[in-house]
Design a protein around this ligand. Sequence first.
Ligand code: NAD
Length: 473
Amino acid sequence: MEQRFDLVIIGGGPAGYEAALEAAKYKMKTALIEKDEIGGTCLNRGCIPTKTLLHSCELYAQMKKSSVFGVHGDEIRYSMEEIQGRKDEVLETLRDGIRALMKKNRITVYDGRGRILDANHVEVCAEEAMAPEVFLETRRILIASGSVPAVPPIPGIRLPNVLTSDELLDKKDVFPALTIIGGGVIGMEFAAIYSALGCKVTVIEFLDRILANMDREISQNLKMILKKRGVDIFTGARVEEIVADGSGRLICRYREKDVLQEVVSDGILAAVGRRAYTEGLFSDAFVCKEEADVNMPAGKLFIKTDRGRICVDNFGRTSVPDIYAAGDVTGGAMLAHAATAQAVNAVCHMAEKEPVFSVKCIPGCVYTDPEIAGVGMTQDEAKKEGLHVIVKKYPMSANGKSVLSAQERGFVKVIADEESRRVLGAQMMCARASDMISQFTAAIVNGLTLEQMASVIYPHPTFCEGIGESVRV
Ligand code: NAD
């Protein structure tokens, strides 16, 4: 059975399903192939489940200190099973929403694994052996196959209870003590979840600070806040091996300033990054490597890759005409919103339309308490580039909404070009930072100056007033 399409998309995450919806706008006959659940990593194993768990944890933490607000409860407790149950309900609701959108937009969804035979043919192999294979002929292909957690080559990494975020997200009980390898975004969000639930958390980070890509002051502040909540954080420390102690616990050995140290816990989370997922994606007609060379067999199609990631140009085109790629599989920020933007822009290119998104300025958020968000340049990056910049900082302890909700900890920092006064970057660590960062993103994308941002009236009392104050100080 062969079906014909204008576009076949492999992967049903935020790159894949948003690309399908964009293609529907241009009346492209589109197929979407997904081997697992629709929604991809973001909906099933990433953004949405972690934020749902974090929401429960924050509520629990707030209820424990509700007497500050004059509200008293008797027994405050949580059930991880019920928290997980609610999370599963949220995921199902959102998956239903995407499925309905696919149907409404007449996008054909195939359950199975997509394998690219050549630039215009894809086969769908059903995961169940009994189901028949389907062959699709298509004008173009968009690869949106995403990423999977990287498993570091540490001895003992395959021991029971050494988990990746995929596995820990579904755990129906809470480890009394958890060691997290990696102080990046995943490590910090899980440290926030598990410490709020009363688990003893230890973070071991190889670099000299946690959240190494964010503003230095934010890293230091978060480290301090988590320490106060009982989280032990060791930086400049490399995990060397994990061993079982014989009584069901795990010993994690790490080297810190040339001294071998160890921490004992019930579970270990490996959060050391993610890698592009391309397993089984290409037939033998393709050669995937960093450079095409003279030894390449004749007639083979060359897909340029970089450490396993599929290389694309500014339009999302791979090295094979008519094959595009977007999202985590291409490396980069590995963020859901970046994936959507790349994928939608790729479809615009196919349809000969102007790109929708400006992908040069991608905001990043960390959903700890307080939240962290950043966009554009940090102060350190501006300094490294030798730019003359103005740095403005506003403490949220002076913001009414923050004080009345007892969330006054944090600040908003703005970096602007000294001469043009255009905003170059912003970093925030405060309540609702993830919602508020968009105002700075809009300012950077549109080349606004500090004065133009300050000319906007912010309603009172709101957290957003912190933005207005930060550009005026
Ligand atoms: P990451 O690259 O952000 O952090 C991994 C950290 O592990 C690094 O700081 C690294 O130095 C450290 N590390 C590696 N090997 C180590 C070792 N042997 N011992 C000690 N430390 C070691 O990766 P992540 O946190 O796993 O996140 C993966 C991707 O998912 C990122 O691209 C991230 O942006 C994305 N993500 C985003 C969000 C969000 O937007 N809120 C949430 C989760 C994940």
